[in-house]
Design a protein around this ligand. Structure first.
Ligand code: 5AD
Ligand code: SF4
Length: 473
């Protein structure tokens, strides 16, 4: 439980947070669907593709699960706790179904892929099971389930990118949107279930990405986050083109940045082995490419990194950090860290703490290792660090991160940042909340002259370890 409870609330890992969209007027449809998403940003983006597919078939979205004809849960398998949360939600939904027998319940995403028809056969909790590459078949599966058939499609694809589907934005603030640029992962980090649940890596048509971002900008959006498990290996060759026509991630970033200077561009996630100088120079060349890199280290120990199959060493990682600081002196770096991976000793743990010190992360997502069925680590290594020790090390990592964040945020006091206004601050409608290029949250009093989606210059006068406070100048 600790891993989730202590994970900083941030878009990247919205484990357990749910949302229910209400995009269209429900009266315009005679059937309603409700969708709840867990896990990474990619899952949230996928739910928007699912919403588009269902909308086209005449289903409207509802925020009220009790009135839905179709209930979907888009699931995450990354840690055991995420799966437990989903199971609990499914039992809640099952109760609703007893009250409204016609309701269909569907499991989407990574857990659907991992457990396949086990959900239908053994657990009898659900009617429809659909993996991340099979969302186009949802309308057919819904029809089949309505006829009482078992509806499962967990086929993974080498091509599917949903490039032609314009996502229906769910629970969006109308300012920031996620845009999926690739799917799957070829990396095979030994702890990770993603390559098994999301399949092989494939890049989406570059033009369709640029078009989606342009449409968003024309509809008032001011920020896009390009999403992939490993964005630096984005590589798209246009149809009938050859290698010389290939679009790299750096080129894609540039194309999106050129849409408009007022459109901010972010991206996630970067792999330390793949991030290139070309990407860093492209970031430096465009003011609207935000200066923030999510560069998960996972561990600071070369021995553990090898067992994790991360394919870089501690020294390689440190060099990447140096390179970022050299080319982008004002860039924020964030990380993912796992405590207590198989065979981890105290010295390995100390190496993690010291790489954190070196990298001076502004934020980290911190977890203790959770063995996942079918992964390389599960097959090859013993999960031999006792839970108590994992939790203790995680706690030390969290404390280190809290201290680093506070130090970093304090350094911003007195500085002035360009901030994109996201909306009212949660605490008080007298204040705006927005983010600077480094993705730090900034809270400041309204002065009556601005609206959501505007850029303002804010001078920082105070902070906590997760928020900057200031005034518009
Ligand atoms: N146990 C703990 N954390 C994990 N992650 C991925 N797999 C596991 C696991 N089995 C973490 C990694 C990854 C992030 C998305 O989740 O840090 O970068
Ligand atoms: Fe998992 Fe590694 Fe791929 Fe990230 S890069 S999704 S951690 S296999």
């Amino acid at each position: 439980m600790l891993d989730l409870a202590t994970t900083k609330v941030h878009d990247e890992q919205r484990q357990g947070e749910s949302f229910a969209p209400f995009k269209e007027d429900p009266n315009a449809y005679n059937k309603l669907f409700y969708i709840e998403s867990y896990g990474c940003q990619m899952n949230f983006a996928d739910s928007e593709v699912v919403a588009a597919i269902l909308n086209k078939e005449g289903f409207g979205a509802t925020r009220k699960v009790e009135e839905a004809d179709l209930i979907f849960i888009n699931t995450c398998s990354i840690r055991e706790k995420a799966e437990q949360t989903v199971r609990k939600r499914l039992t809640d939904f099952k109760k609703l179904k007893t009250a409204r027998p016609g309701t269909l319940i569907g499991v989407l995403g990574c857990m659907a892929e991992r457990l396949k028809s086990k959900f239908l056969e053994e657990e009898k909790l659900v009617d429809i099971v659909v993996g991340p590459d099979a969302y186009r078949s949802l309308p057919r599966l819904v029809d089949e389930a309505n006829e009482g058939q078992k509806s499962v499609n967990v086929l993974l694809s080498r091509e599917e990118t949903y490039a032609d589907i314009a996502p229906v934005r769910l629970n969006s603030n109308g300012i920031s949107a996620f845009v999926s640029i690739m799917r799957g992962c070829n990396n095979m980090c030994s702890f990770c279930v993603v390559p098994f649940t999301r399949g092989r890596e494939r890049s989406r048509d570059a033009e369709s990405i640029v078009q989606e971002c342009r449409d968003l900008f024309e509809n008032g959006y001011k920020e896009v986050t390009l999403l992939g498990q490993n964005v630096d290996s984005y590589h798209y060759i246009p149809k009938d083109g050859n290698e010389s026509d290939a679009v790299s991630f750096a080129k894609l970033l540039e194309k999106v940045a050129l849409i408009a200077p007022e459109l901010r561009v972010r991206f996630s996630t970067s792999h330390p082995k793949d991030i290139t100088d070309e990407v860093l120079h492209t970031m430096a060349a465009y003011e609207n490419i935000c200066k923030c890199i999510h560069l998960p280290v996972q561990s600071g120990s070369t021995r553990i990194l090898q067992l994790m199959n991360r394919t870089y060493t501690r020294e390689w990682y440190i060099k990447k950090v140096d390179r970022i600081r050299e080319i982008l002196p004002d860039c924020s770096i964030t990380s993912d860290i796992i405590a207590g991976f198989c065979t981890e000793e105290e010295q390995d743990h100390q190496d993690t703490l010291s790489v954190m010190d070196y990298s001076r992360y502004d934020l980290s997502y911190m977890f203790f290792y959770s063995e996942r069925p079918g992964t390389l680590a599960q097959r090859r290594y013993k999960d031999d660090v006792p839970l108590e020790l994992k939790k203790q090390r995680l706690q030390e990592i969290i404390e280190k991160q809290n201290q680093l964040s506070l130090e970093n945020y304090k350094k911003d006091i007195g500085r002035t940042f360009k901030v994109l206004i996201d909306g009212d601050s949660k605490r008080s409608a007298a204040n705006w909340v927005g983010r600077n290029s480094q993705n730090k949250v900034v809270v400041f009093p309204k002065n009556g002259a601005h609206k959501k989606g505007d850029y303002v210059m804010v001078q920082i006068n105070d902070c906590t370890q997760a928020t900057l406070f200031g005034t518009i100048i």
